[in-house]
Design a protein around this ligand. Structure first.
Ligand SMILES: O=C(O)c1ccccc1N[C@@H]1O[C@H](COP(=O)(O)O)[C@@H](O)[C@H]1O
Length: 220
């Protein structure tokens, strides 16, 4: 298990760090997790060496999450050799997530694309520490996430999550309070919604997002 926020404190992940000011703001404002996107078609793409350099700016602080899209073992092994990652967030099947966890022994988070209530898992599967609940991308999308696309939050009402989970997709400082009230999400994940330009984070928006996400408590 990786670090989890204290009971009743909403976890916040800021994803897609590419530059120092954004990374430093996550540390200063107490993000729980920071994400590095190892997917070349993303405006937030960083190499493992770039992620290592950013990560080395601070000892401790947010847990480091590496985001991979349908990764093979060699890709994961190469990244893990270069940059210490606390979590592997992957776009893949449940079976592949289990395999990755068994192979690397690092906590695995799995993206679960959702367009209807039937897409919400109802049973726990071994090898997956946390689910990222996010919208199914449009068929024209060039990447499976990070599209500033919002999920229909009402789908989560009445859902009994079998895993720890996190809400992602189109969140920003202006809608995160409503999102957590409607969904009851214990943790939230944001990328585009705290950027001043694609791939460039806004320190002020990061501070605002973290503060607002935590302004509504929840009972686990
Ligand atoms: O951020 C990306 O570019 C990205 C690329 C490929 C897969 C996932 C990606 N991002 C993930 O999607 C969520 C939501 O993004 P957004 O807030 O809607 O922009 C993000 O936090 C990442 O986990």
């Amino acid at each position: 298990m990786t670090f989890s926020p204290a009971p009743g404190v909403r976890g916040v992940k800021i994803c897609g760090l590419t530059e120092e000011a954004g990374f430093d703001a996550c540390v200063t404002h107490g993000a729980d997790w920071v994400g590095f996107v190892f997917f070349e078609r993303s405006p937030r793409y960083v190499t493992p060496a770039q992620a290592r350099a950013l990560s080395a700016r601070h000892v401790g602080g947010p847990a480091r999450v590496g985001l991979f899209v349908y990764p093979d073992d060699d890709t994961l092994a190469r990244a893990l050799d270069i940059v210490p990652l606390d979590v592997l967030q992957i776009y893949a099947s449940f079976e592949r997530a289990t395999e990755v966890h068994a192979r690397f022994g690092v906590p695995v988070w799995l993206s679960q694309p959702v367009s209807t209530g039937a897409d919400l898992p109802t049973t726990r599967r071994a090898g997956v520490e946390r689910l990222l609940i996010e919208p199914k991308p449009p068929t024209t999308a060039t990447r499976p996430g990070g599209n500033a696309q919002q999920l229909d939050w009402s789908l989560m009402q009445g859902w009994a999550p079998p895993f720890p989970w996190m809400l992602a997709g189109g969140l920003n400082p202006d809608n995160v309070v409503e999102a957590v009230i409607v969904t009851g999400a214990p943790a939230v994940d944001v990328s585009s919604g705290v950027e001043s330009a694609p791939g460039i984070k806004s320190p002020r928006a990061i501070a605002d997002f973290i503060h607002k996400a935590r302004s509504v408590t929840f009972s686990a």
